[in-house]
Design a protein around this ligand. Structure first.
Ligand code: GDP
Ligand code: GDP
Length: 434
């Protein structure tokens, strides 16, 4: 899926615009030197073309002196990572020095740039917008993020400029994405599997590598390993490395079947790791968790794996039916077990339960424990079937689907998990009118 970045000074209206376009929002939060940047990411589509929209600046509000450095970083990120860039300016303030600075940086990039002149709420402001031609962009749009006018024209042209990101032709092969925070051990993991140092990590300015797919064969099972690891950007700033890796993860997650989520067990399953976990869950991807660097975890009494597992599952609630493998990439402990588990999760995700079998198992369970009556009305579930989606989803047909509440849906999900192995796979349960 294409990535579109929105850049511009604070207060020009980026978040207003963003909220108008996004159906579902994911916040990518990272704390940097006291400033919490809440970078927003979400999906949008226009004329049937889906894209991810990223507000690379997030909602930074601050004093003027942090602006310049912040904006430079924002623009650099956008140029490196996005397929197209929306550069937003504010007709109320006119062209500012900062706008000129951003324009200069953007003009050097080869990515398509769309200049969005915001807050043109009515015809009376059209004249003032002409001034922005001095910034020298071919594509220029007057719009109002508040009332929505002009956004359609911008989006029409934007989606035309986006590359056609059809899935690669080898998409028949299962795709496992190795994701996680920087230094979790992702590249070491892939190197250990492949048996050689495929990644030459350098700090030389300008070394950039996109995520690489490796065809891999194990247990007679072929798959693509999607790597997000070798990101060593020219960025001098540590926190941006984190953000790069999150952006890479976003892309890789959307394109894979199963994620192998590697985290450093000596550092814990923290908020950034959770972000990736939930992103995969919401995208209905299979998940295997690797607790890496287990060799460094001292005092491994017999109970410590259990305790650690419990701790991880607490962070994952309510989606706890996820395999966790304790590995040491360094000593190659259980790294093949990790791959075996990913293969199992892939198979669980592609599993199709026969309708007859599903009904034979589920209907007696439902009979013994029917949905609670609601407003003195009884819900009667008659029949269920698995839907033909790429990930497991089930429809239960009944008389009054609107009366089936979340706790009962969870009950049904748990029973599905108990009876058919869906370990590592998010499942969706619908109640439909029959
Ligand atoms: P950001 O810092 O770039 O994310 O800017 P915000 O989206 O927070 O907007 C800054 C201010 O501009 C808010 O008070 C918005 O209500 C206002 N604003 C945003 N878009 C428009 C617009 O199209 N017209 C007008 N008049 N105000 C707007
Ligand atoms: P990436 O940024 O996620 O690709 O992480 P790397 O693979 O570059 O690993 C980061 C650091 O952790 C390197 O110094 C590795 O040698 C080290 N490392 C990776 N896996 C292990 C492990 O299982 N045990 C120990 N002790 N160190 C590890």
């Amino acid at each position: 899926m294409s990535i579109v970045a929105v850049v511009g000074r604070p207060n020009v209206g980026k978040s207003t615009f963003f909220n108008r376009l996004i159906q579902r929002r994911e916040a990518i939060v990272d704390a940097v030197s006291g400033v919490t940047r809440d970078r927003h990411y979400g999906k949008s589509d226009w004329n049937g073309k889906e894209f991810s929209l990223i507000d690379t600046g997030g909602y930074v509000k601050g004093s003027d002196d942090i602006f310049e450095a912040e904006i430079d970083k924002q623009v650099e990120l956008a140029i490196d990572e996005a397929d197209a860039i929306i550069f937003m300016v504010d007709v109320e303030s006119g062209v500012t020095g900062m706008d000129q600075e951003v324009a200069k940086l953007l003009r050097r990039s080869k990515k398509p740039i769309f200049l969005a002149i915001n807050k043109v709420d009515g015809a009376s402001r059209m004249n003032a917008a002409l001034e922005f031609y001095s910034l020298g962009f071919e594509y220029q749009y007057n719009l109002s993020s508040i009332n929505g006018s002009g956004t359609g024209e911008l989006l029409d042209d934007l989606v035309k400029a986006l590359p056609d990101t059809e899935e690669p032709d080898d998409s028949e092969l299962p795709r496992f994405a190795v994701v996680g925070r920087p230094n979790a051990g992702k590249s070491s993991f892939i190197n250990a599997l492949i048996g050689k140092d495929r990644y030459i990590v350098t700090d030389i300015a300008g070394t950039t590598r996109d995520s690489i797919d490796t065809k891999y064969d194990r247990f007679g099972f072929e798959f693509n390993l999607v790597d997000t690891a070798g990101i060593r950007k020219k960025s001098k700033v540590k926190e941006d490395l984190e953000f790069y890796s999150v952006m890479r993860s976003v892309r890789a997650i959307e394109h894979c079947d199963v994620i192998i989520l590697v985290f450093d067990a000596t550092r814990g399953f923290d908020g950034q790791v959770e972000n990736i976990f939930w992103l995969a869950q919401r995208n209905n991807k299979g998940i295997v968790i690797l607790a890496n660097k287990w060799d460094l975890v001292e005092d491994k009494e017999t109970s410590s794996v259990k305790d650690y597992e419990k701790y991880i599952r607490q962070q994952c609630e309510p989606f706890v039916d996820v395999p966790i493998v304790f590995v040491s990439v360094l000593t190659k402990q259980r790294i093949y077990k990790a791959i075996e588990t990913a293969v199992e999760v892939y198979q669980n995700r592609s599993k199709k339960v026969k309708t007859s079998e599903l009904n034979d198992v589920m209907l007696p369970i439902i009979q013994n424990y029917p949905p609670p009556a609601y407003k003195a009305k009884y819900v009667k579930i008659k029949f269920c079937t698995q839907l033909p989606t790429p990930y497991p989803s089930f429809a239960f047909f009944c008389n009054l689907p609107q009366y089936v509440k979340d706790p009962y849906k969870r009950f049904i999900e748990n029973k599905l998990r108990e009876n058919f192995d869906f370990s590592g796979v998010p499942i969706t349960v619908y109640f439909r009118k029959k």
